[in-house]
Design a protein around this ligand. Structure first.
Ligand code: UGA
Length: 423
């Protein structure tokens, strides 16, 4: 099938490469010319396992990237995958979505097309896009994505479900096309959830909102457990064995970051407030999440009251392992606080040093080191901020180790000057 994908960020790039790998002809549209140049050379613009390998395999054959919307004219199917960043008021900024819709309207021929919106968008957005397109022979379908960074290609090829929201639930053509699109998937059992636009839009936010709530919930229990000397990870194992609860997203620690959970929970709060239904629970989820890095510093101050000129290693800058993405990473909050207190920081991460340098440049009191062991050796205190598994194998010597992610195995802790955030 001939497919267009608008936007080459996380969602769009995975979608383009994934569909090309399934044998479809894909045109990826991007406005950033530098990005197009790199992608067409087979250079991935983000780090994701196997992404560059599959990009190189398909580029120039059945996959190209361009800034020319006219190239979408042959495509019966177009995916909008542009970003919906958080605006100042906490809402989703929809300007990229609307501008993509206008570009489709201004550049495309009159043939029948289906426009799938994969970007995370508030209730009513699919309807607005349909209004912008002003065409009868275009169907707009809400098709939220559930990819996790770091596992994005795996998730693309192994979706738990595919949600499709139609203008009215009887739009059969779009569903059939979607089934055809995924017919090469190995996993033939993928459940399709078909519904209307608004329900699909809410499903996406609720999904992220629920997972974020689960994290803040277990963090709250973790803070409580800490007071009683109870291991919250055992508690999580105990409750996670109940199928109704499930063990995933019960890893207590410094809280959630990334480009999705913080933005989407805030957007859901804004959506609720706009219609006079203030989501109190979600507001607490955000507050609790914002407090977790400060909890770690409070714990540290109990042991070392004065942090000025103290040499502190910060291990883990990415918002989670297996990515170079530092957006809303817990490390940002911690580094900024430590800088305010004039500590001497040695920061390390297997993948995210360059991304973090762009956000917080190196300086007199902040040094980035590729080698995490060196960061430890130079410091008196070590803060473990992201659960990269390799951090478990480092030699922490006699340093004070504050573990914000339950990284160090229990047997090893006995011989260390160790303090867990939640245990
Ligand atoms: C999340 C969702 O998991 C995806 O399904 C969704 O498609 C995506 O957002 C999106 O909306 O685009 P992602 O942001 O890549 O994916 O990361 P997650 O693996 O969900 O982790 C988010 C944050 O929660 C990370 O900072 C992680 O460290 C934290 N986390 C996760 C915990 O603190 N504890 C846990 O038990 C699990």
């Amino acid at each position: 099938m001939e497919i267009g994908v608008i936007g080459t960020g996380y969602v769009g790039l995975i979608q383009s490469v994934g569909l090309a790998e399934l044998g479809h002809n894909v045109v990826g549209i991007e406005i950033d010319k530098e990005k197009i140049k790199n992608l067409n050379k087979g250079e991935a613009t983000i780090y994701e396992d196997k992404l560059e390998e599959l990009l190189k395999k398909n580029i120039g054959k059945n996959l190209i990237f361009s800034s020319d919307y006219k190239k979408l004219n042959n495509c019966g199917i177009i995916f909008i995958c542009v970003g919906t960043p958080q605006s100042k008021e906490g809402k989703a900024d929809l300007s990229y979505i609307f501008s993509a819709a206008k570009s489709i309207r201004n550049n495309l021929d009159e043939n029948y097309k289906i426009v799938f919106i994969k970007s995370t968008v508030p209730v009513g957005t699919n309807r607005k896009v349909k209004d912008i397109l002003r065409r009868k022979n275009i169907d707009v379908v809400s098709n939220p994505e559930f990819l996790r960074e770091g596992n994005a290609l795996f998730d693309f090829f192994n979706p738990d479900r595919i949600v499709l929201g139609f203008e009215s639930e009887d739009k059969k053509t779009a569903k059939e096309k979607m089934l055809e699109l995924y017919k090469n998937f190995d996993n033939k059992e993928i459940p399709f959830i078909t519904t209307n636009w608004e329900t699909a839009e809410i499903i996406k936010y609720t999904n992220n909102g629920f997972l974020a709530t689960k994290i803040s919930f277990i963090n709250e229990i973790g803070n409580l457990c800490k007071k009683f000397g109870v291991d919250v990870y055992k508690v999580a194992e105990g409750i996670g064995s109940d199928k109704r609860i499930d063990k995933s997203f019960l890893n207590a620690g410094l809280g959630f970051g990334g480009s999705c959970f913080p933005k989407d929970v805030n957007a859901l709060i804004s959506i609720g407030k706009e219609v006079g239904e203030k989501p109190n629970l979600l507001e607490e989820v955000v507050k609790l999440n914002d407090r977790q890095p400060l909890k770690m510093l409070d714990l540290l101050r109990k042991k070392v009251p004065e942090l000025k000129n103290k040499k502190i290693a910060v291990l883990g800058l990415a918002f989670k392992p297996e990515t170079d993405d530092v957006r809303e990473s817990r490390a940002i909050r911690l580094i900024e606080k430590l800088k305010d207190e004039s500590a001497m920081i040695y920061a390390s991460d297997p993948k995210a040093i360059n991304s973090m340098k762009r956000m917080i440049p190196e300086g007199e009191k902040l040094t980035y080191l590729e080698d995490a062991q060196k960061a430890i050796d130079k410091s008196e205190i070590v803060l473990i901020v992201t659960e990269w598994p390799q951090f478990a194998d480092l030699d922490y010597k006699d340093k004070l180790v504050m573990d914000g992610r339950n990284v160090i195995p229990k047997e090893k802790r006995k011989n260390l000057n160790y303090e867990g955030l939640c245990c």
